[in-house]
Each structure stands twice: as structure tokens, then as C-alpha cells.
Write a protein that binds this ligand. Structure first.
Ligand code: TMP
Length: 213
């Protein structure tokens, strides 16, 4: 793949979506071609799956299969074609969310969920960025947010488990995850991520088909 695939991860309310939007602006300002997508969602078929997940109180295994279905659609239509054209693809959540939320917090098993992802994913992110924001800040942001879904009303205990799940992944040290302090100002977060990306950007800059316009 000629482009660069980056997933942003974190707790609900961690600020990852805002970080992703600002990162996109910053990269575009530097003449990179960037697409920002999200999971679950990113295109009509996957957004329909997202609505089903958000609107119905469904069994965790059903939920996992729906996330995987949405992932497959997003990957085939929003990720792979753009990577082939040399874009930077920013994805607001990807497979690590399933491992943490379904595998750990909902108790389906981290390795089991990882295995199921292998069935769906032809490729994985070059870099995973974990926006590490204190749970209290995340919960407060969600409390005052206008656009809420059923997950925003999960108890603090659930968010603690999600955080623990990410920490387990960080300790396993196998998914190329970088931590960015979510309590920093968004400009600082973008700056840190840009520094993390430097060596990967060199790689794509040096290719024949440059991602720079
Ligand atoms: P968002 O608020 O970041 O858009 O994410 C929507 C919710 O979906 C959030 O509570 C995390 C959850 N989620 C999972 O549980 N598993 C997944 O695989 C993904 C992508 C999201």
C-alpha cells in the first residue's frame, strides 16, 4: 500500500474525533491527501449498521458481528482504495476498539475478538494512536454533549474496564500503539501525532507516487 493508515483510539469522550478532524486539517495544510472515516460508519451501508447498534439494546456477540460487518464495508470502500492511491487514511476507531470494548469490557475474550478481526481485515493500521484522557473528563464531556447514544450512559465501571483494556493492549506491545495525552490542548495533540508520523511520512514522501499534491 502506498498510503498511510492511522487509527485513533480512546474512550468515549476522549476527544479523538476532534483530534482526527484537526489532524486532517493540519496534514492537508501540508499538502497531503487525507481521508477521514469512522467506525462504525463512514459510508451509507456502515452508517446503517451504526444506527442499528446505537438504537437497539443488542446481545454483545450480535453487536460484535455488526461492528465487524461495518468494518469490512469501511475497509473495502474507504480505506483500501485510498491507500492504494497514496492517501493518508485517518480512521476514528478501528479493530482495537473491538478488542477492548467487546473482547475485554463486554467479556467476549480479547484473543477471540482479535481472531475474528483477522477474518475481516486484509490490512491493519500502520499506527494506532491512543488518546489517553482521564475518565472523569470523558464522562463530563459526554454528560454535556448534545449528540448522545446509548453508550454515553454506560456506568463509570464500564469506562474503567475500557481503559484497562487499552492498557492491556499497550502492555502487550504488539499493535504499534502510541499514547497521546488527551488532556493536552488539541493543537499540542496534533503536534505530537505529527511528530510520531514523521518517519512514516518520509516513507510515503519517498515513493514514486508522492502523496503530496
Ligand atoms: P464513537 O462514539 O467513537 O463514534 O464510537 C461509538 C461507540 O461504539 C463507542 O461507544 C465505542 C463503540 N465501539 C465498539 O464497542 N466496538 C467497536 O469495534 C467500535 C468501532 C466502536
Amino acid at each position: 500500500m502506498r498510503g498511510l493508515f492511522i487509527a485513533l483510539e480512546g474512550l468515549d469522550g476522549s476527544g479523538k474525533s476532534f483530534t482526527a478532524t484537526e489532524l486532517k486539517k493540519s496534514l492537508e495544510h501540508n499538502n497531503y491527501k487525507v481521508i477521514l472515516t469512522r467506525e462504525p460508519g463512514g459510508l451509507p451501508s456502515a452508517e446503517a449498521i451504526r444506527n442499528t447498534i446505537m438504537d437497539y439494546d443488542i446481545d454483545p456477540k450480535t453487536e460484535l458481528l455488526l461492528y465487524l460487518a461495518a468494518r469490512r464495508e469501511n475497509l473495502l470502500h474507504n480505506v483500501i482504495p485510498y491507500l492504494e492511491q497514496g492517501y493518508i487514511v485517518l480512521c476514528d476507531r478501528f479493530f482495537l476498539s473491538s478488542i477492548v470494548y467487546q473482547g475485554y469490557a463486554r467479556g467476549l475474550g480479547m484473543q477471540e475478538v482479535r481472531n475474528l478481526n483477522h477474518f475481516v481485515c486484509d490490512i491493519y493500521p500502520d499506527i494506532n494512536i491512543f488518546i489517553d484522557t482521564p475518565i472523569e473528563i470523558c464522562m463530563e464531556r459526554k454528560r454535556v454533549a448534545k449528540d448522545t447514544n446509548r453508550f454515553d450512559f454506560e456506568k463509570e465501571q464500564f469506562h474503567k474496564k475500557v481503559k484497562e483494556g487499552y492498557e492491556i493492549l499497550l502492555n502487550q506491545n504488539q499493535d504499534n500503539i502510541f499514547i497521546v495525552d488527551g488532556s493536552l490542548d488539541v493543537a499540542e495533540r496534533v503536534d505530537i501525532i505529527s511528530k510520531i508520523m514523521v518517519k512514516y511520512l518520509c516513507r510515503i514522501d519517498n515513493q514514486l507516487n508522492k502523496t503530496k499534491r
